[in-house]
Design a protein. Sequence first.
Length: 231
Amino acid sequence: MFTVERNVLKAIRPIANKLSPVELPNDSYFANVLELFGKIEGIDTLLEDPQSTSVRLVTNAERMVMRETQRAFVYFSLHGLTVDNIIVNRVLPPEADGFFRGWREAQTEVIREMTGYFDPVPMRQAPLFNEEVMGIERLDRLAEVLYSTGEDPALVTREERPYTFSKNEVRLLLPFAVKGEVGLFKKGDELVVEVGTLRRHVGLPTSMAALEPARARLEDRTLVVEMRPLA
């Protein structure tokens, strides 16, 4: 397509540039676009490989923020990225008393809910420091708290893929979805999944490209789509 457009514009550019107040793009424009496409080719494979790429969500122990974290988890799952850690930030210490006692109790309850929601994704807690975490020294202090056992922060801790394919099933990890907000349909060789306002086009393998979604169910936090040939 680029070659056709490039040749057409090359032929009409001398005339069009004289008549139009806006010059048509020159050859270098198409060369730059092609170069960009070449650079990003295959990046989706890299991002969807949990051995190469993972996501760590940072949240606060507040219900409103927790809901947004759940939404982010669904978003990344729909786009094939593996979330391997949840970090709860600004957690008050157990000895918090007086004015902060109620806040600490509320945080404890939200963290308990988070653990149930995100399990089996590991969770870590970062305390509320008495000063803003800026600069190398304070970041080192934060790292010591999060990785106190000497664990490598770059270590792969979870390899569960957000979606997998079997002979006639597509399985998508959607831990916070409810039946009424999930929609799906097939478009070409893609399965389009909608969760609320989020939408993901899941490319189907060649062996399933001719199949159609026949039935879907939510099973243990996973959307299971059964694929069948057209009747």
